[in-house]
Design a protein around this ligand. Sequence first.
Ligand SMILES: [Zn+2]
Length: 578
Amino acid sequence: MRAAVSLACLAAALAATACDRPTSTSTSTSTPTAPAYPVVVALVIDQEAAWIAAERWPLLPADGGLARLLREGTYVRDLRYAHSATDTAPGHSALYTGAPPRTSGIWGNEVLDPVAHTKVSILRDDETKLVWTGAPPAWVGSSTKVLQVDTVADRFRAAHPDAFIVSISIKDRGAIFAGGRKPTASLWWDKELDQFVTSTAFAPSFPAWADAQAVPGAVRAKPWTLLDADWVKAHAATPDDQLGEGELGGMPITFPHDVAHAPSPTSAFRGSPFADDAVLGLGLAALDAEHAGERPTLLALSLSGNDYVGHAYGPDSWEAWDELRRLDASLGRFFAALDTRYGSSGWSAVLSGDHGVTTMPEVANGIPAARPWCRPDAGPDPWGRACGNAGRLMPDELGAELRAVAAKAVPGEHAALVMGVIDPYVYFTPEGRALAGAPAAALRKALTAAILAHPEVARVIDTRALPASCPPESDESIDALVCRAFVPGRSGDLYVLTRPGSFFDPDVVPGKGTSHGTPYLFDRAVPLVARAPGKVPAGRVVREPMSFRAFARTLSSLLGVEPPDPEAANASDLTRLH
Ligand SMILES: [Zn+2]
């Protein structure tokens, strides 16, 4: 039980609540000497847009984690993905492989189960089982089976069979690409179990150092309140009870959010700063685990709380501002904890985002102050943010509509032709795909017309018409971005491109909140920061756009390995900037 208490305390300490000093291998008060092997922390803030970082990070206090990273590292303002469909799994896989979805095989977060036609994780693997601390539930687990390329962690494992590689996230897609195929541990939180779990793909049993239940319980013991109410009120352009915000977990949309006592505490938890504190706390516990401090180390954390907060309440909400403020403070304490273990020059960090986000429709359409880039004197917006009306496309409703359209367009006795809609594709059934000649053309024509009748839609792209090989990355046209997002034989049949500011409803709180997933820069550009004393220039800002491959390139250099993707080998390396 002692390990469980210590772990909960680590997480609670990050949340700045009272707690006994955690058990740690680093109890010495003397300054630790830097280890002779690499200790690299890779952080992905889920849904951290380049525009958010550029406009809001400068407003954060000097003693926070992000200000420290900017002082001590190099900041790339405009790291660009080369794919449309800017979602979590494509983003994380691109960061950790240096390859776009077309090459990696990771084209979306979820796929349709071919039998049940329900949404399942793209990483779900029927040959694996979930692993957790309780009795085995025999639930299906996740793996890297669908991933077609190597990850940075795979290269690191090959170079250092004894390396300590731990990845942790609230989502399987946030952890698995970072940990690669042979992690020491790859852990994610399961909403039904309310525990951290892994899969038989990675470990036969749950690691002894990680108490799966203690951390979520400890960090959400107190309600979520504003850390700095004056700061939030000074910067948020909307009221706390803004129209369009979602009642996450059944909670009211205003502060305080009593997460532990919400009608659905697990939904409320994952959309709160507590989720990120749980991941950071488990990360520190991993570093203190047996033998972790004596070998080449990669600790990769994906902070998903930020994403669920953004989805439910929108990026302009009090919740989003407080999430950033709290995450920044937690990162500051996390980096201080790394100093304690390795000395400030003994660890490196890279930090990025997996995609951006767009303004919530009710705010976009109703609060002019929230869109200063739309003022007549504002000039062109560097992030391509929208000024027109915005809206949500409801995937299940669209799917039902399209099934009816298909039945009408191709009369006669046949099975359903449309399987369903998952952002950003319409998927046909095998019968729909098998159609040829005039019926096939009639089907696509009728579906395209029906989709285009929705005001949120800009274009419908027939994926059969995409070229066999995609244009070079310098081509940032919509067609090129869609081409690099598409995986032949696996992605869907019609690609639905929404207008800037509109999006597929993310189903976090149905019909509420906001999302991402489009090829526009507000969704496609993210920040990159690398901090490595003596290796990466301190206090440097790169304003020019840079390829997403710089993340894998730089992380590989810090770990002393070659990047997995050949094109990433040619990408910018923040350890070699001139
Ligand atoms: Zn994400």
